[in-house]
Design a protein around this ligand. Structure first.
Ligand code: KG4
Ligand code: ZN
Length: 353
């Protein structure tokens, strides 16, 4: 056995640990903190406390699954940003303690860089240059990946992230947080029941002169106004029948699909892109996935989407990036500090090499 990399991810509300042993993802355990659903969004303080309770068990669990002990580890890779400061701190402090005690390298990993390589971490073949589309509750961006460490952000959202839009409009429809999967299910059911009928049409906002940028806040407002105009509010809930709710969800999903596809069309005018790899919780949508597949077919490019557990936040992608960094002889100092608002650029204090 040449290398065993432990990955740790605690940037938001998923507590995750994973092990890469040589070229294989050998174990992965992720706990999604469902406690946030009653608050309608992630509560940072509660997320940190939950990570503190769950992380040691996740790490012990992956070691048991792989039949190794902590003494066998070659390095520990951990998300150092972007994300919630308190949540990141739990993972980073844990990883530093482990690196110090086991005398192994610490590798700080950018969470977004992890998402870029989610498909590769899932064992799928991604040929560079490819376009990575990250669509989650916190991010919506398109990145040209020309190679490892060779990234160019082509476009991003100017306001809400795609998942944020789904969660906020889903809340208006009476769904718990996170709502994306409910809207996606509604869209699939709507299509199954009313073949050929058009769903509600909401506006597809684009930023003038910026075909690679996204905007979702206008769509959120349009859904709110539509509900206010057409339905009464009782005890904080719009009075909707099941078919009415489905028709609205379907309208929202179609608008999100159209907005994302038009950004992809603009990005693929750069014709040397060979493939599309999606990641982030919203990429788990069956409806959007079918839209991406159709798009890739039209473009004649390869489309790669990781399984749902590797689309959402996970430590497998963090361990994967950590392993690639270690192969390049790179690691981070033990005084590495987290960066909650990091972009895709490597951390300035990360001191790789
Ligand atoms: O990547 P993720 O787990 O966490 C971060 O935000 O970083 O993404 C969560 C987002 C939420 O907005 C959730 O509503 C959305 O992913 N989501 C979905 C689906 N499953 C989760 N959106 C559409 N369809 C789904 N099946
Ligand atoms: Zn994420």
């Amino acid at each position: 056995m040449k290398s065993i990399i432990l990955g740790i991810e605690t940037s938001c509300d998923e507590t995750s640990a994973a092990l890469w042993m040589d070229d294989f993802l050998t174990a992965e355990r992720t706990s999604t903190q469902i406690l946030h659903s009653q608050y309608g969004g992630v509560v940072p303080e509660l997320a940190s406390r939950a990570h503190e309770q769950l992380l040691a068990a996740a790490v012990r669990g992956v070691c048991e699954d792989a039949g190794i002990s902590l003494h066998d580890l070659t390095a520990v890779a951990v998300t150092a940003g972007p994300g919630l400061a308190g949540a990141l701190l739990v993972g980073l402090s844990f990883a530093k303690g482990l690196a110090l005690a086991a005398r192994i390298p610490l590798i700080g990993v950018n969470h977004l860089e992890g998402h870029l390589w989610s498909a590769a971490a899932a064992g799928l073949t991604v040929e560079c240059p490819f376009l990575a589309l990250i669509i989650s509750g916190g991010h919506t961006l398109m990145v040209k990946v020309a190679g490892f460490n060779d990234y160019q952000v082509l476009g991003a959202t100017k306001d809400d992230a795609a998942g944020e839009l789904l969660d906020k409009t889903g809340r208006l429809l009476g769904y718990p947080f996170p709502a994306g999967a409910y809207l996606d299910r509604d869209k699939i059911n709507y299509d199954g029941l009313r073949k050929g009928a058009s769903p509600l049409h909401f506006p597809r906002a684009r930023i003038a002169g910026e075909p690679l940028s996204f905007s979702f806040s206008g769509l959120k407002t349009a859904v709110l106004y539509y509900l206010r105009r057409n339905y009464s509010l009782q005890e904080g809930k719009y009075q909707l029948t099941e078919p009415e709710r489905q028709a609205i969800s379907a309208g929202i999903m179609e608008a999100v699909g159209d907005i994302l596809i038009s950004g992809l069309e603009a990005a693929f005018e750069d014709s040397d892109l060979r493939g599309l790899a999606v990641s982030g919780g919203v990429a788990a949508s069956r409806y959007l996935s079918s839209r991406f597949q159709e798009f890739a077919f039209r473009q004649g490019i390869i489309f790669q989407a990781p399984p749902v557990n590797l689309c959402t936040d996970n430590a497998a992608m963090i361990a994967y990036v950590g392993r690639r960094r270690l192969q390049r002889g790179e690691s981070s100092p033990l005084d590495l500090s987290l960066n909650p608002s990091a972009g895709l650029e490597p951390f300035s204090n990360q001191c790789y090499k």
